[in-house]
Design a protein around this ligand. Structure first.
Ligand SMILES: NC(=O)c1ccc[n+]([C@@H]2O[C@H](COP(=O)([O-])OP(=O)(O)OC[C@H]3O[C@@H](n4cnc5c(N)ncnc54)[C@H](OP(=O)(O)O)[C@@H]3O)[C@@H](O)[C@H]2O)c1
Length: 233
């Protein structure tokens, strides 16, 4: 049986990734940092092979605790990530540090701890970046965009360092469908106007790419963009 760890497993995208791996027959450790209730709800939906684990990527003790519960690991999905909007001249260093501590340093902290398990299983890592790593987004997100650029660089460098034992890839999603992005939302309208497919991105479709990268034994150091054709639009 495949063992998978998904950080931020109760988020919009995290849920889709957990569901995808559960449907594949995997045992999935679903990391949550504050959303314990959502994790318990997900167990009710997906069944006992979904195992909630308290996982705060900014806290080494929390990561060590998760590592102590794991005996084997085939796939690490670094999905947790936070976002905020601030005009660059009002952006406080503390906010930059908060975003980087979760999106970049936290991802690196968790990965480092899981490498021995992944080496032992010849497993793989899938990092969740964003199209904002390649595109300026809608503005006022320089800190988030830079953090996702770092995730892309980290993915490629780590792939080189861990080859041929552990494959490391990333997905770069566009704007995900979410309840708060109703039809009148101006951001949604802007996105849909530019995207070749005229839509936001379904989290299930990103999960499909994560699953593919976890399985395709000929891929490492790659980033797959899933954006409904936004960057090409
Ligand atoms: N939404 C989009 O349009 C979009 C587009 C491109 C890329 N992405 C990326 O896709 C990933 C998932 O996005 P999403 O929109 O599904 O997320 P989301 O719903 O905004 O939720 C954020 C997730 O990050 C977790 N998290 C926050 N702080 C954490 C910490 N210190 N340690 C561990 N986990 C922490 C949260 O866990 P708790 O709730 O348990 O605290 C939650 O699961 C992120 O990396 C995001 O940058 C999203």
């Amino acid at each position: 049986m495949k063992h998978v760890l998904v950080s931020g497993g109760t988020s919009t995208l995290g849920k889709a990734i957990c569901s995808m791996f559960i449907a594949e027959g995997a045992r999935v450790y679903c990391g949550y940092s504050s959303s314990e209730q959502k994790a318990q709800e997900l167990v009710r939906q997906l069944g006992p092979f979904l195992i909630p684990v308290l996982l705060d990527v900014t806290d080494q003790a929390s990561i060590d605790e998760v590592a102590s519960r794991i005996t084997t690991l085939d796939v690490l999905v670094n999905n947790s990530g936070v976002f905020s909007v601030h005009p660059v001249q009002e952006l406080q260093t503390e906010e930059v540090q908060r975003i980087f501590d979760i999106n970049v340093t936290g991802l690196m902290r968790l990965t480092k701890c899981m490498i021995p398990f992944l080496k032992a299983s010849k497993g793989s890592i899938v990092n969740v970046a964003s199209i904002n790593a390649f595109h300026p987004g809608f503005g006022q997100t320089v800190h988030y965009d830079a953090s996702k650029g770092a995730v892309v660089s980290y993915t490629k460098s780590l792939a080189r360092e861990l080859a041929p034992f552990v494959r490391v890839n990333a997905v770069a999603p566009g704007l995900l469908k979410a309840p708060y992005l109703d039809e009148e939302n101006p951001l949604r309208k802007l996105y849909e106007q530019r995207a070749l497919l005229g839509s936001l991105v379904d989290a299930d479709q990103v999960a499909l790419a994560v699953q593919f990268l976890s399985r395709c034994s000929a891929m490492t150091a790659e980033v797959i963009t899933i954006d409904a054709g936004y960057l090409a639009g």
